[in-house]
Design a binder for this molecule. Sequence first.
Ligand code: PEP
Ligand code: MG
Length: 580
Amino acid sequence: MERLQGIAVSPGVAIGEVLVMDNEGFRIPRRFLPRDAVEDELERLDRAIAAATGEMERNRAKISEQFGKDVAAIFSAHIQMLNDRVLRSKLEEMIRQRHYSPEYSVSRTLRHYAKVFQSLEGDYLSERANDIFDIEEKILRHLSGRRREELAHLNSEVLVLAHNLTPSETANLNPKFVKGFVTEVGGPGSHTAIVAEALGIPAVVGLGPFLTDVSGGETAIIDGYQGLMILHPDEETLARYRHEVVQHRSLAAKLEKLRDLPAETADGVLIQLLGNIEFPYEVEQCQKRGAAGIGLYRTEFLFMSRDEVPTEEEQTAAYSDVAKAMRGLPVVMRTIDLGADKLPSVPYPEDEANPFLGLRSIRLALRNPDLFRTQLRAILRASVGGNISLMFPLVSTMMELKHAKSVLREAMEDLDEEGVEFDRGIKVGMMVEVPSAVMMLDRFAEEVDFFSIGTNDLIQYALAVDRSNKDVASLYTASDPSILRLIDMSVRKARAGDVPISTCGQMCGNPMYTMLLLGMGLRSLSVTPAAIPEIKQVCRRVDIPCCERVAKRALELESARDVRAYLREELTKALPDTPV
Ligand code: PEP
Ligand code: MG
């Protein structure tokens, strides 16, 4: 049994067979061969090795011509390794004696060799592990050919293990078959993490290198609460986790009963509990959990994982579907927040050194006026069929906000001229997710109808810590006193300007922060749909004076650790039965 610690990003427990995704997206499950297929499969292996050798010989010739024989020598070493007699007989034994598929035999054997090299002292030897991966990749590619099975075409339940998954790859996972995933890289605030939570797939990221140890087909447990992956669990551990799955199910069933009750505090203050969505189909999740509306629709997901930008008609249809399905409840459509880890289907600089500080979000939209105008037209057109507001992301200066508003005004004038209907009174808001926006919030208040605090980015920009980098993950926390102060300052300034303010970062979906946020004066929270019942339960069990006392005390603390400990203690006092 092997326990590996990573960062918990999507709650839940998943138990099952693992599927290893390498960079090329290969699937290497442990598959057994029928007895009579052994000879054919050995032949297939030989053909793949011959094809890979041919490919390397061609590469060697090309490189030798361009850069000389010395540089090309690396390919000679690869060719030699590929045709090594010991390797061949080891593979044959696995196929003949144990009836493993050639794919699994190649992957398991070469990964074992690579691991041995990696454990050797000295850069030269440990780097040879990469040569072995290279060889593995080449044989697998020739073996797989048409057999390559994409994640999208899974037909059995698996736990996916990968070096990395982009937000759009994650969005394309089918929760019916992908029961959990673990990645070597990634941070707590990444959009991959957010999408996993939206899909309800337990996930752990930032485990560091571990894929060399795994071939696929093994049993594992993903513990999305503790950020753990357990490989080859023993019977006792399996039984404990199976019991936990049952317990969580019954807790979820209990919370479901809250669906039609108001999110009202014990002293009668109504809290607006909204859902965050990435895709129109999540509307159903919001309704099932009794959301009072949608506080954040991340429309950029419509622009990802496709080659072409969605047309105005396509966008209008998607936005209208969401607005209509919510039957008059408020829907906040955030304009495209592409860039950084959300790669767009529009021209985008590939080599930005600091993409989170670069051409991202509203900046990217303003740099692509046609794209932006088309989206604004679509949102406006959809606004006749529902209760839509519009929100600009990542505003960092007044000029930016004014520029965005002027593009919106032009879009309205165009629609007017064309005689197209839209909601003329549509509310226009902005996200508060850069410290500069907090500092200028009193002035922004004169320009917008509402604010929404985006704590995911606010943490990243206030603490100078990349939200998707595992190496600085311990610094990425909403508990930092500076974040508490920034939220408090935002709420105060918005109130002074008489402008409604909500919040929609991941921290609002964590019950540990509910009393703090209510105590600071927030009355509207937008959370991952799955978190709605739990947050509603906290709201219903606490009263505002108690929350205010908690917020006041938390704001006096000096470190994230103290804040966390204090908030946990207060939550346990208020709701002794809630796990923290
Ligand atoms: C945020 O930054 O808090 C937010 C809600 O937006 P996103 O996570 O999409 O950047
Ligand atoms: Mg953001």
